[in-house]
Design a protein around this ligand. Structure first.
Ligand code: GDP
Ligand code: GDP
Length: 462
């Protein structure tokens, strides 16, 4: 008993392209079979170790008049009714159209299992459309490029647990823990590591306790370049943003307390600085947590750093007033020790010593900010991830609660900004935090990802 997947969506979103990819050479047109009209194409599909039937509402023209729209609707409904699972496809480059919403409504009413796919997702031009598709109320979209074969791993990760529900495991498939739907070539794998340069100013928030030196730091950065194009009206009255070119890197700095200070309400400042910092965090891509070397890791510093991590921002820690430090070597050791102990959740975060007053260390700070931004945006190719996972399992197998070993089957990166990984496994709820930490720390080292939170999700089989 195999399951049936219907690919539905308005014309031109790329349904046939995906159909052809799933069916490959096994294409079997079955339009002479009873119950299947010429308008519905059916084929035997294979994805990794999954075998299933795929239906495509092929050959539809863009519906311009009412009768066509009605026909399209009927056809889609028929496909939905024939299928166990529906893959609803939109064109991420076009965004969500009125017609998409009509389809979404049909699916919400008629289909038990809907997978939302934002197709044509290769490249940044699709980002807006992908985000828009969250609003369809059909769950998180998978980013697909049917044409380039991207996102099939994610599709596999979505189908596999449902497939189990329909008892479709292909027993003839090779017995491995990790089955890749598609191997990436080495070239493609390398390509995955190409890191983005911001096309717009990189948004940076400098946060920290009052008197840590935030204003001085921002002025130092501005002073070095004198390419200030602001100050501009900020997004709120409290946050002021400054756009500038920092040695060739376009940035927008969110200054918070600096402006407040002019109000001369010193006690109030103490209270406000955390919520100010919080607001700045929302706008920022990279958060610079500025510490005063003389009094690092105060409660407020720890809270701000923790918030930055929980908000999923790229984080750089800068230790300011380094010019005043007499014992720099010893101090640095102490700082690193304190950091590891007090902020374990920020492991791997670069710690940069600076002097906002003299300008020392600003180059290194700039580099660390840019690197963290890139890492935050990084996508690790699935093939490389799974090779790594196999090694990690071999050198340290997952535990076996109540005698049943947890099996890690397959892993993929679901999101960036910050990187989020999904591990398909058995007994996900029994996975101890220590093993997740082992994987996260390993990921950080193997793929060189300092300065970003890493999210790891264990997912079971439906
Ligand atoms: P259908 O009418 O929904 O079946 O759409 P098709 O599969 O015929 O695709 C419509 C057009 O979109 C064709 O020109 C495809 O080459 C193109 N297309 C399909 N998938 C992708 C994709 O992932 N990226 C891009 N850029 N184009 C795609
Ligand atoms: P903010 O409240 O975080 O904006 O802090 P400010 O930028 O106003 O700095 C607070 C005080 O620390 C001021 O007196 C600055 O001159 C001083 N300060 C800031 N950075 C440094 C530094 O790198 N070295 C030294 N020695 N003093 C600094």
């Amino acid at each position: 008993m195999s399951f049936t997947l219907a690919i539905v969506g308005r014309p031109n979103v790329g349904k046939s392209t995906l159909f052809n990819r799933l069916v490959g050479k096994r294409l079997a047109l079955v339009d002479d079979q009873p119950g299947v009209t010429r308008d519905l194409r059916e084929g035997a599909a294979r994805l990794g170790d999954l075998k299933f039937t795929v239906i495509d509402t092929a050959g539809l023209e863009e519906a311009t008049d009412e009768s066509l729209q009605g026909r399209m609707r009927k056809l889609t409904e028929r496909a939905v009714d024939m299928a166990d699972i529906c893959l609803f496809m939109i064109d991420a480059r076009m965004g969500v159209t009125a017609q998409d919403k009509v389809f979404a409504e049909i699916l919400r009413r008629r289909s038990a299992h809907v997978i939302l796919a934002a197709n044509k997702s290769e490249g940044a031009a699709a980002d807006a459309g992908v985000y828009e598709s969250y609003g369809l109320g059909l769950g998180d979209p998978i980013r697909l490029s049917a044409e380039h074969g991207e996102g099939l791993n994610e599709l596999y990760a979505m189908l596999q647990p449902l497939a189990d529900e329909f008892e479709t495991r292909d027993d003839s498939a090779p017995e491995t823990d990790i089955e890749l739907p598609e191997e990436l070539s080495e070239d493609e794998a390398e390509e995955g590591f190409v890191m983005p340069t911001p096309g717009k100013p990189l948004q940076i928030a400098v946060v920290g306790r009052p008197n840590a030196g935030k204003s001085t730091l921002i002025n130092a950065i501005l002073g070095e370049d004198r390419l200030l194009t602001g100050p501009e009206a900020g997004i709120t009255r409290d946050a002021i943003s400054l756009s500038m070119d920092w040695d060739g890197l376009p940035v927008r700095l969110f200054d918070t307390a600096g402006m407040r200070k002019k109000a001369k309400v010193q006690e109030k400042l103490e209270k406000l600085s955390v919520s100010d910092g919080l607001r700045a965090l929302k706008f920022a891509e990279v958060v610079v947590v500025l510490l005063d070397a003389a009094i690092p890791f105060e409660q407020q510093d720890l809270r701000i750093a923790d918030l930055a991590e929980r908000e999923g921002r790229a984080v750089v820690v800068a230790v300011n007033k380094w010019d005043l430090e007499p014992e720099k070597q010893q101090k640095l050791r102490d700082l690193k020790e304190g950091f590891a102990r007090l902020l374990p959740q920020l492991r791997g975060t670069p710690l940069i010593t600076v002097s906002a007053k003299t300008g020392r260390g600003l180059d290194r700070l700039r580099e660390a900010i840019f690197t963290s931004y890139q890492v935050w945006n990084r996508r690790v190719p699935t093939a490389a991830l799974n090779r790594w996972l196999a090694d990690m399992i071999e050198s340290h197998p997952p535990p076996a609660p109540q005698g049943r070993r947890i099996k890690l089957r397959y892993m993929t990166q679901a999101k960036t900004r910050p990187p989020q990984f999904v591990v398909m496994c058995s007994q996900p709820d029994k996975m101890p935090a220590s093993y997740s930490r082992y994987l996260v720390n390993g990921l950080r080292e193997a793929f060189d990802m300092p300065g970003t939170p890493i999210r790891l999700i264990m997912r079971g089989q439906g």
